[in-house]
Write a protein of this length. Structure first.
Length: 151
């Protein structure tokens, strides 16, 4: 079953159950997918692939994490809790992220296999990691790990 279909099914299920924690977030996700599909029609794309939907969900997740930081600094706990609930709902559709230790181990192995020795090789390492682990690694963490290992 496609990721889009899973999201739509979960949305309909939450709507029927009147789950006020889930369906508003899923409504935002479904509308974001439809917006992306409409934008893609001009480029000849009829339906989004699962990888496109995952990137869209990651973008939404990043926005909510940034909002959490702002709300926490401003002391707006009620808005912070709402954002955290939305993050939880969005995370259910994303592939499981590797832990920091697993990510570091993969970075070390990739550096070793490429024979990377300086910061000049960072692009090569990142390219390999993105091709193999694009869905399961948080690349905001990878950058700092690789910098630490190569310097």
């Amino acid at each position: 079953m496609s990721l889009k279909k899973q999201i739509e099914d979960k949305f309909n299920e939450a709507l029927r159950a009147k789950d006020k924690n889930t369906y508003p977030t899923l409504r935002l996700v479904v509308s974001a997918i439809k917006d992306a599909e409409i934008a893609g029609r001009s480029k000849g794309i009829k339906e989004l692939k699962d990888s496109d939907i995952i990137s869209l969900l990651k973008k939404m997740l990043k926005q909510r994490n940034e909002s959490c930081d702002v709300y926490q600094k401003a002391g707006r706990n009620e808005l912070l809790e709402n954002e955290k609930k939305e993050i939880g709902v969005i995370n259910t559709f994303l592939p499981k992220q590797l832990s920091d230790q697993e990510t570091k181990k993969i970075c070390e192995e990739t550096i070793k296999s490429l024979g990377a020795s300086s910061m000049k090789d960072m692009g090569k390492v990142m390219g390999i990691l993105k091709s193999k682990y694009s869905d399961s690694i948080d690349f905001s963490k990878v950058s700092s790990i690789i910098k630490g290992l190569l310097s």
